[in-house]
Design a protein around this ligand. Structure first.
Ligand SMILES: C[S@@+](CC[C@H](N)C(=O)[O-])C[C@H]1O[C@@H](n2cnc3c(N)ncnc32)[C@H](O)[C@@H]1O
Length: 207
C-alpha cells in the first residue's frame, strides 16, 4: 500500500467503505469489550474508518479516544467530533509510535489484516504492549481460508494457533471463529475467515 493510501485502488475502496459504514451501529464485540477494562481514561481506535467505534467509546464513558487511520476520509469524519475528547492521527499503523502501557482499550476492528506479513508481527507486538495492565484488546484477525488470502495480497492471515499465540500474556475473554461464505459491506461475494478476539492484559506489573 502506498504512503497514506491516497491514490491506490485499495485507498479508493477504503474511501467507499468508510462512506458505507458512516451510520452503522457499534458491533456486538465492541459493546462487550468496552464494558471490560478496569478504567476508561484513554482508548485507541486503530483503523478508525468512519469513526463509529470512536463515537461509541466516548458514549460508553471513555474520557479520550485517539483515532488512527491513513485515510483522509477518516480524518474528515474526525472533524465532526469534539477536539478535547478525540485526537485523530493520520498515519499508517506501521509508522505509528505505540506508547507502552498507555491505553485502557485498543480497538482494531477489521483493520490489522490490511498490513503486510513482514510488518504485522512487530506492529502488533508494539500495539499489544501499548495496552495498560487491566486494559483490553478488541478486534479481528483473518484466517488462511479467507478468500482475500491470495498471492501478493499485501495482507496478513493467521492460523488459529498463530492468532492465539499473540495473546499468551493476556487472558482471552472472547475468541470466536467464523469460516463461511458471505458478502462484503460493498456487496461482493466473499469467503470470510475471521477470528473475533477480546483479550485482557492482567493487572499488575507492566509488561
Ligand atoms: C475495513 S476498514 C475498517 C474501518 C473501521 N474499523 C470499521 O470497522 O468500520 C479498514 C480501515 O483501516 C485503514 N487502514 C488499513 N490499512 C492501514 C494501514 N496500514 N495503516 C493505517 N490505516 C490503515 C483503512 O484506511 C480503513 O479505514
Amino acid at each position: 500500500m502506498d504512503s497514506l493510501q491516497s491514490e491506490t485502488p485499495r485507498a479508493a475502496r477504503f474511501a467507499r467503505y468508510i462512506k458505507a459504514r458512516r451510520f452503522d451501529p457499534p458491533r456486538p464485540l465492541l459493546i462487550k469489550a468496552a464494558a471490560l477494562p478496569d478504567r476508561k481514561e484513554h482508548a485507541l481506535d486503530i483503523g478508525a474508518g468512519a469513526l463509529n467505534a470512536t463515537k461509541y467509546l466516548l458514549s460508553s464513558g471513555f474520557e479520550h479516544v485517539t483515532a488512527l487511520d491513513a485515510a483522509p476520509r477518516a480524518q474528515e469524519a474526525a472533524r465532526e467530533l469534539p477536539r478535547d475528547q478525540v485526537t485523530f492521527v493520520l498515519s499508517r499503523f506501521e509508522e505509528f509510535h505505540f506508547p507502552a502501557n498507555r491505553y485502557d482499550l485498543v480497538n482494531a476492528e477489521f483493520s490489522l489484516p490490511f498490513m503486510n506479513r513482514s510488518d504485522f508481527a512487530p506492529t502488533f507486538t508494539a500495539l499489544l504492549r501499548s495496552v495498560k495492565p487491566g486494559g483490553i484488546f478488541s478486534g479481528q484477525l483473518f484466517g488462511p481460508n479467507d478468500s482475500w488470502n491470495v498471492e501478493n495480497s499485501g495482507m496478513s492471515f493467521h492460523t488459529r494457533a498463530e492468532a492465539e499465540a499473540f495473546f499468551r500474556d493476556f487472558e482471552l475473554a472472547h475468541f470466536e471463529e467464523e469460516d463461511h461464505p458471505g458478502t462484503t459491506k460493498l456487496g461482493e461475494p466473499k469467503h470470510w475467515h475471521i477470528f473475533h478476539i477480546i483479550a485482557k492484559k492482567p493487572a499488575g506489573e507492566p509488561r
